[in-house]
Ligand binder design. Structure first.
Ligand SMILES: Cc1cc2nc3c(=O)[nH]c(=O)nc-3n(C[C@H](O)[C@H](O)[C@H](O)COP(=O)(O)O)c2cc1C
Length: 210
């Protein structure tokens, strides 16, 4: 299995989402999955913000692009190829101010490309990432599980679902570690243990033959 592993926490080794994403990969290996990992640390290799040149180039038909436009899109082309080449994607990130880290947003802006990750056809949009298993691993300070008073403030889950549905990911899986900050110590430990159990379960599922 070729796995694209993306981390987006601004923190280093002590990050919850990075620790849990490493745990998930260990679980896959323990389940006997033959893994090739394509790793991207968005804290180091941060895709650029959308620029005017990018906006013009991306919506120009590939046959009509100038050399300059092609150059503008080159890094995004390469990132799209990495995602499309993967059999599975692990996207690990903390919640920042109710949504995703800005580095992960620039990643989405780079991989959402007409005639590459989605086709704009007369019948409508046809996302191309239909083959990939996708797991979103998120870490949150608050407890935003259904039934909790702050649950409505989770703008991360719907944003990820919408952005990836557009490029063809219809059934992503989510493991959300919460509450990891705004809670008593026992609740944090429980949240981490719950996340590890859920990750082990997803690893077992991914290890099943297709
Ligand atoms: C800048 C910043 C913004 C944050 N915003 C939120 C938030 O909106 N909601 C929340 O529940 N936690 C928030 N947190 C807490 C983190 O999501 C939480 O501590 C998480 O475990 C961090 O993951 P990491 O250790 O992988 O970086 C925020 C943390 C930081 C540093």
């Amino acid at each position: 299995m070729k796995l694209m592993h993306v981390d987006a926490s601004a923190k280093g080794d002590w990050s919850n989402s990075r620790t849990l994403s490493r745990f998930f990969i260990e679980q896959l290996r323990e389940q006997g999955v033959d893994l090739t990992v394509d790793y991207l640390d968005l804290n180091i290799d941060t895709p650029p913000h959308v620029t005017e040149a990018f906006a013009a180039a991306t919506y120009t038909h590939p046959d009509a692009r100038t050399d300059e436009m092609k150059q503008t899109l080159a890094a995004s082309d390469a990132l799209c190829k990495r995602v499309m080449d993967a059999d599975a994607c692990l996207f690990a990130m903390p919640m920042y101010n109710w949504s995703m880290p800005s580095t992960f947003k620039t990643f989405i802006d780079s991989i959402t490309r007409t005639e590459l990750t989605y086709l704009n056809t007369p019948e409508g949009i046809v996302g191309q990432l239909t083959r990939q298993k996708v797991l979103f691993l998120t870490s949150r300070g608050a407890d935003l599980r259904p039934g909790n008073p702050m649950a409505w403030m989770d703008a991360l889950t719907p944003a990820l679902k919408a952005a990836f549905a557009f490029i063809g990911v219809q059934d992503p899986q989510f493991v959300d570690a919460q509450p990891l900050l705004f809670s008593a110590a026992e609740a944090r430990l429980e949240a981490l243990e719950r996340a590890r159990m859920e990750l082990a379960q997803v690893a077992r599922q991914w290890a099943q033959p297709a």
